[in-house]
Design a binder for this molecule. Structure first.
Ligand SMILES: [Fe+2]
Length: 316
């Protein structure tokens, strides 16, 4: 049963949590023992022939992410800390496909943490660099090309808060198709988006498109899109605003949401355009350090900030 139209009620949690096999864990431990992990992990190449077992696991979880409930959470590996988790995250990303550059520095794996508690999204900060709760969104808004997978690894959860929210796009689409057909049609037309954090360019794309199999695909991060419409000097029409309000109201309905706070070492693998996501606001404690600082000073006893890891992966 694909269960691709799951709601909070019908989600099969036994299919959400994925345990890597013992042999896969062995392959990962061998890789970690043989490599220096103190630099940027996304500069590490892998030899696929060293990951026979892990590749089988990846294909199993890929089936769930492509054809099933559209996301899984890979369980933490016992004894692995944040640095090892980052390596696992990177290796899983490489086995799933081709990773995508996410910022001007050319990083393929980035750390999501609160850079400056005083900096807000409304002032132009990228959402992943703040502690604010955002809006339910897809990540695939900064570039027009589609990629299939979003991986979010948890190096460390927040001191308080920071629950992850996962919403099934298919269920939202079906709901709007029954209750708000006119607004749904508007979402299938072009809106303006920006390459926030990548360049100053703008591009146009619909919020809802369809896969070859007719599955609805979403491209939605309202604040970025609204800022792009302003920059393009194309203020949203009344109908467009109502369509967006309709979509956001449906996305905010608890019956379509799974709330789950990722634990240390867990890695979410999601079909980015078919499940939307968000997080609740969070707070770090005093005097906490970043993952890069921890890598430079592994002897540090200071606790790690809430740090999530992120890759975007195109299926090849
Ligand atoms: Fe996101």
């Amino acid at each position: 049963m694909p269960n691709s139209d799951w709601t909070r009620q019908s989600l099969d949690l036994s299919r959400v949590f994925y345990q890597l096999s013992d042999t896969s864990v062995f392959e990962l431990k061998r890789f970690i023992a043989d490599h220096n992990l103190s630099g940027h992990v996304d500069q590490l190449a892998i030899d696929r022939s060293h990951f026979h077992s892990l590749m089988l696991d990846v294909e199993k979880l890929r089936t769930e992410v492509d054809d099933g409930q559209k996301f899984v959470v890979v369980k933490a590996i016992e004894g692995f800390g944040p640095v090892q988790t980052e390596a696992v995250h990177w290796i899983l990303s490489l086995l799933l496909g081709e990773t995508i550059v996410q910022n001007e520095e050319g990083r393929h794996l980035i750390h999501i943490y609160d850079r400056d508690p005083k900096r807000r999204i409304k002032d132009g900060a990228r959402y992943h660099q703040t502690h604010e709760s955002g809006q339910i969104h897809t990540d695939n808004v900064n570039i027009p090309e589609n990629y299939q997978y979003l991986l979010v690894g948890c190096a460390n959860p927040a001191k308080i808060g920071g629950e992850n929210i996962i919403v099934n796009g298919r269920a939202i689409y079906d709901y709007l198709n029954t209750h708000a057909r006119e607004e749904l049609e508007i979402l299938k037309n072009n809106f303006v988006f920006e390459y926030r954090g990548i360049s100053r360019e703008l591009y146009e794309a619909p919020i809802i498109t369809f896969s070859e199999r007719g599955e609805p695909l979403f491209r939605h991060l309202r604040t970025y899109m609204e800022s792009a419409q302003m920059r393009a000097d194309k203020p949203l029409t009344e109908d467009q605003v109502r369509a967006l309000d309709t979509l956001d109201a449906a996305l905010s309905m608890s019956e379509f949401q799974l709330l789950y706070r990722l634990k240390s070492g867990e890695i979410l693998v999601a079909n980015d355009s078919q499940v939307l996501h968000d997080r609740r606001c969070f707070v770090d404690g005093k005097d906490m350090i970043t993952l890069d600082e921890l890598k430079k000073h592994p002897e540090s006893k200071k606790p790690l900030k809430r740090t999530l890891l992120r890759t975007w992966v195109r299926k090849i």
